[in-house]
Write a protein that binds this ligand. Sequence first.
Ligand code: ADP
Ligand code: MG
Length: 238
Amino acid sequence: MANIKLENVQKSFGDETVIHDVNIDIRDGEFVILVGPSGCGKSTLLRMIAGLESVSGGEVQIGGTVVNDMPPKARDIAMVFQSYALYPHMTVAENMGFSLKLSKVDKAVIEEKVNNAAAILNLGPLLKRHPRELSGGQRQRVAMGRAIVRDPQVFLFDEPLSNLDAKLRVSMRTEIKELHQRLKTTTVYVTHDQIEAMTMADRIVVLHQGYVQQMGTPLELYDHPANLFVASFIGSPG
Ligand code: ADP
Ligand code: MG
């Protein structure tokens, strides 16, 4: 586990600044949700934490280390994508172990880590199947399994539930929260869905047009919205 600190973080593409002076402190083991409308800069901010996008100004720290110039692989983070990012030609076990295989981890160690993750995610009986033979929820669990096997100090999620149907989305929220309660890995989770944010987050960061509008617990945002944008965004029906 590790804390994450963003200090005056900025991002520009050409002469367009899409992230303005963001300051966020995320505690060790915390589950923080970045929420805001489409295009407000959520993915860009997450990708800067992951190292998939360079930082135009300011500092990103993970576990007290400045990581601005550190490649993604050296950051000990795992990013969870939408379930369609699975490799169709690989089994569930191969999908989950693939990144470890790339890192030349011993075969027996990979098998043990995959089995452990499968047990946590109830994927044990499905390890030999291919993604096309799985339901949407099972695929999403495999996508999480790929992150868990690496035992990272930080999990990053970018709208992981957005291509699931409404009913499954609700049950997966609970599963992801239970996973976090169990592993207590520091997590940054991006969504445009305010209900998801209100029900899952320890703390929420509301982003609008590249500016942080407010950071606080769901209750703090609900009871004391910092401005009209937060009030209408949080209060609007999902
Ligand atoms: P969100 O994830 O909240 O929908 P993004 O972080 O994807 O928003 O995008 C924020 C802004 O940055 C948008 O205006 C988007 O068009 C712009 N943007 C994102 N990536 C790039 C890029 N590689 N080049 C130019 N503009 C980009
Ligand atoms: Mg996005």
